[in-house]
Design a protein around this ligand. Structure first.
Ligand code: NI
Length: 134
């Protein structure tokens, strides 16, 4: 965090402050991890974070995450309130059948599209997260 005094923050208000899909906003930092929230709908892109796990919490709606594991491909279904951690090195592709909101927890500087990825569609923001209000 910066030297400014920290203040409580409403996730509901944070989520109403922007409309962009697949474009996370950073709501706070914990040591060297960012807590990010994003609005999502439709498909993200297959990608992998070689060096970090990625934590998801579903705030609204439903998120599905497809995973390419040694045993094959599977999709986990996360209803509202579910948490899931994608292990480092595992190719994954989030997908939301309808509008959803998610919270992610990962090291600051982690790219939304990982270290390797398929071609990035126009609706996916390749970012390390934006400040709230930007
Ligand atoms: Ni990821």
């Amino acid at each position: 965090m910066s030297d400014e005094p920290t203040m409580p923050l409403s996730l509901d208000k944070a989520l109403t402050s922007f409309d962009a899909l697949w474009s996370p906003r950073i709501v706070t930092r914990v040591n060297d991890y960012d807590v990010r929230v994003a609005k999502v709908e439709g498909e993200h892109v297959w990608h992998v974070h070689e060096d970090t796990d990625e934590f998801f919490l579903v705030l609204e709606g439903e998120l599905r995450i497809s995973l390419r594991e040694t045993a094959g491909e599977r999709t986990v279904l996360l209803p509202k309130g579910a948490v899931f951690t994608v292990p480092r090195g595992t190719e994954h592709k989030p997908y939301a059948p309808s509008r959803a909101a998610i919270l992610m927890f990962e090291p600051a500087g982690t790219s939304t599209v990982g270290d390797r990825h398929d071609e990035i569609p126009d609706h996916v923001d390749a970012t390390t997260g934006h400040a709230l209000g930007s």
